[in-house]
Design a protein around this ligand. Sequence first.
Ligand SMILES: [Fe+2]
Ligand SMILES: [Fe+2]
Length: 218
Amino acid sequence: MEEIIQQLEKEVKELFHTESSGHDIYHLKRVLNNALTIQEKEGGNRLIIAVSAFLHDIHRIIQKESGKFCSPRDSLPKVKKILDKTSLAEEQKWKVLHCIEFHEEYDFSDNGKTVNDIETLILQDADNLDAIWAIGIGRTFSFGGANGLNMWIPEKSFDRSTFDESEKDPSTIHHFYSKLLKLKENMNTKTAKKMVVERHKFMELFLQEFFDEWNGKK
Ligand SMILES: [Fe+2]
Ligand SMILES: [Fe+2]
C-alpha cells in the first residue's frame, strides 16, 4: 500500500501545487490519516480507502481551472487515468472510483445519502472530520477568501434549508450554519461519531467568541 501511495503522491503533488484554498495536498494527507484511523476500528478494505482518500478531491482542481462548478463525478476520467498507472486490479480501480464519486453525499442535502458500503462511508467521515475543528475553521476562511466571500455579513439571512454544494453561501460564517454545524449528525461510523464530539464543541465555542467580539461584548 505504501508503494502505491508514494507513487500517487508524485501525481497529486503536481496537480495540487497551485491549490491554496483549503483543498491542498496537506488536506489529502490529513483525510488519508483520518480514514486509516477509522478503518482500524471499523474494517473495510484499507488499500481502497487509502487510495480513494488520496485522490478524492481532484474535482476541486478541475473546478479551479475551469471556473465552473465541478462534482466528484466529473473528476472520474482524470482519476481513472492516474489509477491506470498503478498496479491496482481493474476491480479495485472501479471501487476507488465509486468511493470518490459518492464521497460528498450529505444527510442534510436534497439527495441525501445513497451508498452504504463501508469504504465510501469511511471516506465521507474522514473528509468531513477535516472540515471542522481548528484546521477546518482555518480551511473555511481560506476557501471563503479564495472565492471572494466576506467573513460575515449579518444583514444576509440564513435561508438555506437544504444544502447544495454548487450554491455559494453569502459569507463564510453562513457556511458554518449551512454545512459545518450539521456534520456532527451526518457522521456514519461509530468511530467518527466519537471523534466529532470535541470538534463540534470547539466550533460552537469559536462561533460564540466570534459573535461576542463582533458585537463588542469582549
Ligand atoms: Fe471532497
Ligand atoms: Fe476533501
